[in-house]
Every structure is written in structure tokens, then in C-alpha cells.
Design a protein around this ligand. Structure first.
Ligand SMILES: Cc1ncc(COP(=O)(O)O)c(C=O)c1O
Length: 495
């Protein structure tokens, strides 16, 4: 308790006057323990909870819209209301039976680290303000660099997410190639992607001022991979037409199927054509920690830049993404601007604020650093390996059930499949897949998502959560089968 406080600054129940936007340390401690208890119970009890609680957005808005509160409310009752009305309404992306999109299986140590980082409110934009935090960021980025096999001279930056990592890398690539910020010089530039490339890349290109016609999306091959021959032909044709090929964006694990583009061949093409070689490894890159991943991702170490997301397959709570650059100075060349109001900030060592979009940034590295320290890299490698195993196990269960067609086999912890039923037209069979998922979401057993491959709706499991058990897989696939059977053969597609 701060001895300087006057007695009249405390209300009768021990809270400080709200004008100071503070509560008594005892109140903070009690609330903090309650929040920790909530989190521990939540994480511990997840397997027995529904994986999602679908809620009508209109109903949620109606329940929670209210005038700006002007008077204080007891924090315990605010928490109680949150627990009752707000927190249950969510898809539990770290639930062991959440297989949709790219799940977000975080870990308990990181959750505590994030709380610590928020509590200390470290400013991790400059060495002046957060030298400890930035030393940890430097260390963790170096670990990620090693994981991806880039040379010791490479560098990088922690950012909010994979989308921002892709944007940051392409911004640096643009400055590197066109020598400044004048987009007029890049009017004939072409960026090459595949039809499986994440829309984050397209969006990044648009934000940077590249028009839709400047982002070339190549049709991928039967395994959903960019074909180096097709790409080489597109580059040649573009040069003949007076365009300026500039960058290749390859995938180290596509979101749809876990496909990995032929990275080594694409790297060599990029080198021959003098193009920037960027790899979107937002979810897949950490798999290089495992023997299988290292084999699958052969050539990733040739990249000029890599986007990867510790908040995906390195088991971190949102938001932590990372951009790695072969040329450690490339970010600063693209982003550094030095205003007078930051003249006291030393630039002896590069400041993250000069390497990306954000000036004020949080102590993101803490959670990743603590995870590696507490569990060790071997445990993390084993957890990633488990994700690879689980997708293979899911594929085996699906094949064994006899009613599923495997559309793409397990790759980077993703398997896609489709319920087979004779006698339905293609539209009805597509509708059947979507209906199964809708039912599954409603009953809460698991969350599975769908996508479209080759014009067909397919179901998709992404199994990166190390807490998923074989029983979870079996239960999910059994339930999908039951729902498909219950759907009834005569149901017509919806209009
Ligand atoms: C391959 C890939 N790239 C980029 C992204 C975008 O990352 P974020 O959602 O962290 O912005 C994702 C997200 O799932 C992804 O899977």
C-alpha cells in the first residue's frame, strides 16, 4: 500500500477513488486471482466443454449494447457479468477438437507471460525504453532464424500477425527493388503467387499500391503447388510484354491443404530471374523444427524473406507474427524515418520502431521466450511432430470408415476429405458437406471447416493442437459420419 495516500482517497470498501483510475492493491490481487482461477479452470476443462457456442450476432449485440457507463461498478460484478454474458460466446480455437481454419493452440506459460507483459506495459519500440524486452526479441528472432535455416547475418521483426509479416516483407522488397517509396517506378512490376496463396498476400500487395493486375495468381498443379515451369513461362511472357517481374511469393504450407510449393526450384528460378523470393510460412514454417518438416520445407532457407506466425504452430496466444529477412538491414531501409520528437532515442542498434509499421509495440517476445525456456525446444519439436502424426491418424480413420473420400492426404497437419454418397448431383453433394458442418457446429462436439478445391466443397481438419487425442479425432470423425447419415439421401439442395 502506498503510504502517501490520504485516507479520503479510499472509498469505504477499500477501493481507491475511481478518479485515479486505480483500485486498492488488495482488490487488484483478489481480482487477479479470480481471473487466473477462471483461466486455469477454462484451460483445464476445455475437453469437456463444447468446442464452440454458436451465437446469433444480432442477439449478442442486443444483449451488450448499452449507453456509456458514467458511474463506477464494482469490479467483481463486472467480471461476473463478463463470465455470464460475454465469455461463453466464442469458438474455442485452442479446444482439442477445434480443427477449423488454423487453430490457435496456445500454452499456459505464454498466457501468463502475456499478462506480465501487459501489466508492465513495456514499450518495445526503442532500445531507449525497453532494452530488456528488445534483447529478448533479438534472441527469439535469432531462434526463429535458426529454425528456418537463414544465415546468422539475417534479422527480422516481431509483428502482430502473418498478414502484417507478409506486408512488412513485401514493403521491404519493394524498396529494395525500386530504391525508394515512389510507386510510379513500380507500375510495371509483377508479383507471382499461386491460386492457393493466402489472401493476406494479395491484400498486402494492394495496401502497398500494387494493382490487381500486378499480382499474378498462377493455377497450381494437381497437388495444389506452384509449378516452376508454369511460373518460368509466365515470367518470360510478362517480360516480353514489357512488364517487370519483381517477386515470387511461395507457400510453406497453404491454408487449404498444407501444400508446400517446390521451394528449392522456385528459389533457383528467383535467383536466375533476379526476383525477390518471399515465403509465406505463416503457419507451416515452424515445422522445419521436425525431421519431416525439414524434408518438406527443403529450400526455405533460400528465401529473401519469410513470414511466420508463432501464434499458430509455435503455440502462442494471439498476436505474435514474425518477419525474417535475409538482409537484416532491409527493414530499416524501408521503414526508418526520424522525427524530431524521437531525437533522444539512440540509434546505435536498430530500433524496431524503425523496422516496421508500429512505433508503440508491446513486449511480444516474452511469451515465446518463456515458452522455449520453460518447455525447451525438444518439447516444442515433439508437439509439432504430434500435429503431423494426428493428421496422418485422421486420414487413416477416414479411410477406415469407408464413407469418406480423401481429397488431399495429410500434409503439414492438414487433411481434406468429402462424404461420398451415390445418386446425388454435384450441387447436392456439396450442400451435404456444408450441412454436416453446420450440424456439427450446432451440437458443439467439434469445429471443422470446409473449403473449395477443384470446384468442389471439401471438409478439412487442421490438427496442430498437441492436446488433441486419438479419441478426439475418432469422436469427431464418427460424429461427422452420423450427421451425414442422419442428413438423409432425399434432401434437396437449398435454393
Ligand atoms: C498461410 C497463411 N498465410 C497468412 C495467414 C494470415 O495470418 P494472420 O491470420 O496471422 O494474419 C494465414 C492465416 O491462417 C495463413 O494460414
Amino acid at each position: 500500500m502506498n503510504d502517501e495516500r490520504r485516507p479520503d482517497e479510499c472509498s469505504n470498501d477499500g477501493r481507491l477513488a475511481p478518479e485515479r483510475l486505480d483500485v486498492d492493491p488488495e482488490v487488484m490481487r483478489r481480482l487477479g486471482y479470480r481471473i487466473i482461477d477462471h483461466l486455469v479452470a477454462h484451460l483445464d476443462g476445455l475437453p469437456d466443454q463444447p468446442a464452440a457456442q454458436p451465437t446469433d450476432p444480432e442477439a449478442m449485440l442486443a444483449k451488450l449494447s448499452e449507453p456509456l457507463p458514467t458511474a463506477p461498478t464494482d469490479p467483481e460484478s463486472v467480471l461476473a457479468r463478463l463470465e455470464r454474458d460475454v465469455l461463453p460466446a466464442m469458438a474455442h480455437v485452442q479446444h482439442p477438437r477445434f480443427f477449423a481454419f488454423v487453430p490457435g493452440p496456445s500454452n499456459s506459460i505464454s498466457v501468463l507471460a502475456d499478462a506480465l507483459a501487459a501489466g508492465l506495459n513495456v514499450f518495445a519500440g526503442t532500445w531507449y525504453a525497453g532494452p530488456g524486452a528488445l534483447a529478448l526479441e533479438h534472441t527469439t528472432i535469432d531462434w526463429l532464424r535458426q529454425i528456418c535455416g537463414l544465415p546468422a547475418s539475417a534479422g527480422g521483426l516481431l509483428v502482430s500477425c502473418g498478414s502484417m509479416a507478409n506486408l512488412t516483407a513485401l514493403a521491404a522488397a519493394r524498396v529494395d527493388r525500386f530504391g525508394g517509396h515512389d510507386m510510379r517506378k513500380a507500375q510495371r512490376a509483377r508479383i507471382y503467387t499461386g491460386d492457393q496463396t493466402h489472401t493476406a498476400v494479395t491484400r498486402a500487395a494492394h495496401v502497398l499500391g500494387f494493382g490487381s493486375d500486378q499480382v499474378v495468381s498462377l493455377e497450381t498443379d494437381a497437388a495444389f503447388r506452384i509449378s516452376p515451369n508454369a511460373l518460368a513461362a509466365a515470367i518470360r511472357a510478362d517480360r516480353r510484354a514489357g512488364h517487370e517481374p519483381f517477386a515470387i511469393v511461395a507457400n510453406a504450407g497453404t491454408t487449404n491443404t498444407g501444400a508446400v510449393d517446390p521451394l528449392r526450384a522456385l528459389a533457383s528460378l528467383a535467383r536466375d530471374e533476379e526476383l525477390w523470393f518471399h515465403i509465406d510460412g505463416a503457419y507451416g514454417a515452424p515445422a522445419r523444427m521436425t525431421a519431416r518438416g525439414r524434408h518438406l520445407l527443403d529450400g526455405i532457407e533460400e528465401a529473401d524473406s519469410i513470414a511466420l506466425d508463432p501464434h499458430k504452430w509455435l503455440f502462442q496466444p494471439f498476436e505474435i507474427g514474425c518477419v525474417l529477412m535475409r538482409d537484416a538491414q532491409a527493414l530499416e531501409r524501408a521503414f526508418a524515418v526520424q522525427p524530431a520528437y524521437l531525437r533522444d532515442v539512440s540509434r546505435a542498434v536498430a530500433n524496431p520502431a524503425d523496422q516496421g509499421v508500429q512505433l508503440t509495440r508491446s513486449f511480444r517476445s516474452l511469451k515465446l521466450w518463456m515458452t522455449f525456456q520453460v518447455f525447451g525446444a525438444d518439447a516444442i519439436r515433439a508437439a509439432i511432430d504430434r500435429g503431423l502424426d494426428l493428421a496422418e491418424k485422421a486420414e487413416a480413420i477416414l479411410r477406415g470408415a469407408g464413407c469418406w473420400e480423401i481429397v488431399t492426404p495429410a500434409s503439414m497437419a492438414v487433411v481434406t476429405f468429402r462424404y461420398r454418397r451415390a445418386g446425388l448431383d454435384p450441387e447436392a453433394i456439396d450442400q451435404l458437406q456444408s450441412d454436416i458442418l453446420e450440424q456439427l457446429l450446432r451440437d458443439g462436439t467439434a469445429v471443422v471447416s470446409s473449403t473449395v478445391l477443384g470446384g468442389q466443397t471439401v471438409l478439412r481438419l487442421c490438427t496442430i493442437n498437441p492436446r488433441t487425442t486419438h479419441a478426439d479425432l475418432q469422436r469427431t470423425i464418427d460424429r461427422l459420419g452420423e450427421l451425414a447419415i442422419a442428413h438423409g439421401p432425399s434432401r434437396q439442395p437449398r435454393g
